[in-house]
Write a protein that binds this ligand. Structure first.
Ligand code: HGY
Ligand code: MN
Ligand code: MN
Length: 425
């Protein structure tokens, strides 16, 4: 057993085998993507099956595992001074409904690999190290992104989270109860000394520039809105146009308005997506009487986000007037732009350069649990490149064993620096 940072390294194949094995939990054949996808929506049985597999690995690695009342899991490796606040590394295990094997999983399994590397090298850190699994990061089922980490940070009260319901009316609270997760530790819980997360980039930058890792300096502001248009279902053949109250038309007009807003360039790096559009009764020969749509808006600048939200609300009013329907708008998720701790970013960049791994700074368009953890203390992220222009939230999401190992090796060094390795100082 050596006891040196220099020879300690991530076991690439061991890390990759955990990614592959977890990827088989919730696997499904996706015709649209032409490959096997992963579907582990938050707090479903598939999500719990993925957790059970990973918690088994945590226990086999000698970690002491606890959870909080939001179901967030903390797997602890004791520190020499175990009373100190821990360094946490983690992410999420839930996926979107057309998920890949890396989004979230890499951050959790990378944390497990870091613990295994420390054990292999016989290294004891001053501070405890905790691997964290946050509940419901994706927000697909209960319509609120980074829900578990937002409750862990105190931004969203637990009772409000427990009341959120999926389209079938099943609540977060009843699912937490069903899985025996409601009896956990109080939230918000004890704060970490620092939090690090490794994540697949989910975009094209690193691969296009042939850079091995991204040092993430911040996260875009995010706003999700749910818009409901209420008109009148009517006969598609006999109802004259001037008598129609067409909710589907209103939703379509808003989708076009979003496209025009973003294309105008007036809102900086704004990205807007009408991801869900459901109209009723969804029949060929019936004018849609009602339509529900969601809008996901993201940009790096708070002022652009505020202006874009006003423009969207005005577009909704115009669309409702033109289609002669009523409109209601509800914000379902909202978080400001996040800036990660410059010292953590420097530690990650230094770690990469000491390893001869190329890196570049970048901002994340995707939400991450690290964004919520940044409210509690120093936080930072490492991105690894994705292939095929970094496609994600799609079963074709892919990174390589080497890229994943690079990202976790950079994290490993930074964890040792932040947690303190007295034997080597
Ligand atoms: O939506 C997001 O940005 C994250 O993947 N949940
Ligand atoms: Mn993610
Ligand atoms: Mn995601």
């Amino acid at each position: 057993m050596t006891n040196s940072l220099d020879t300690m390294g991530v076991d690439r194949d061991r890390l990759w085998s955990t990614i592959e094995e977890l990827g088989r939990v919730g696997a499904y054949e996706d015709e649209n993507a032409g490959t096997t996808g992963v579907r582990r929506l938050a707090l479903t049985d598939e999500d719990m099956a993925g957790r059970r597999l990973v918690l088994g690995w945590f226990e086999a690695a000698g970690l002491s595992v606890r959870h909080d009342r939001m179901g967030n899991v903390y797997a602890r490796r004791a520190g020499l001074d175990d009373g100190l606040a821990p360094v946490r590394v983690g992410s999420h295990l839930d996926t979107v409904n057309t998920g890949g094997r890396f989004d979230g999983a890499l951050g959790v399994l990378g944390g497990l690999e870091i613990v295994r590397c420390l054990d292999d090298a016989g290294i004891q850190t001053q501070r405890p190290v905790e691997v964290v699994v946050f509940t419901d990061e994706e927000g697909v089922r209960f319509e609120t992104v980074t829900l578990g980490s937002a409750v862990a940070s105190g931004r969203i009260p637990l009772e409000r989270a427990r009341k959120l319901a999926d389209p079938q009316g099943v609540t977060v609270g009843s699912e937490l109860d069903r899985h025996g997760l409601s009896d956990g530790d109080p939230v918000p819980g004890p704060e970490p000394y620092a939090y690090l997360e490794c994540h697949i980039e989910q975009g094209p930058v690193l691969a296009r520039e042939d850079v091995q890792v991204g040092v993430v300096t911040g996260i875009f502001a995010i706003t999700w809105k749910e818009i409901v248009f209420t008109g009148v279902s009517a006969h598609a053949g006999t109802t004259p146009y001037e008598l129609r109250h067409n909710a589907g038309l209103a939703a379509a007009l808003v989708t076009v308005a979003l496209h025009e807003m973003v294309s105008s360039g007036r809102y900086g790096d704004m990205r807007a997506t009408a991801g869900r559009v459901e109209q009723y009764p969804n029949a060929t020969n019936v004018v849609p009487g009602s339509a529900l749509m969601t809008v996901d808006m993201r940009c790096s600048d708070a002022a652009h986000m505020a202006a874009a939200q006003e423009a969207l609300d005005a577009a909704v009013r115009r669309a409702a007037e033109e289609a002669k329907v009523e409109a209601s708008v509800r914000i379902t998720a909202q978080s400001p732009p996040v800036e990660f701790d410059p010292e953590v970013c420097t530690a990650l960049a230094k770690s990469a350069s000491n390893l001869g791994i190329s890196s570049r700074e970048m901002v994340s368009g995707a939400a991450h649990d690290a964004g919520e953890m940044a409210a509690l203390g120093p936080a930072g992220m490492v991105f690894v490149p994705g292939l095929q222009d970094g496609i994600s939230h799609n079963p074709q999401e892919y990174s390589t064993p080497e890229a994943c190992a690079d990202g976790i090796t950079v994290m490993l060094r930074a964890v040792c620096e932040l947690a303190g390795v007295p034997a080597l100082q």
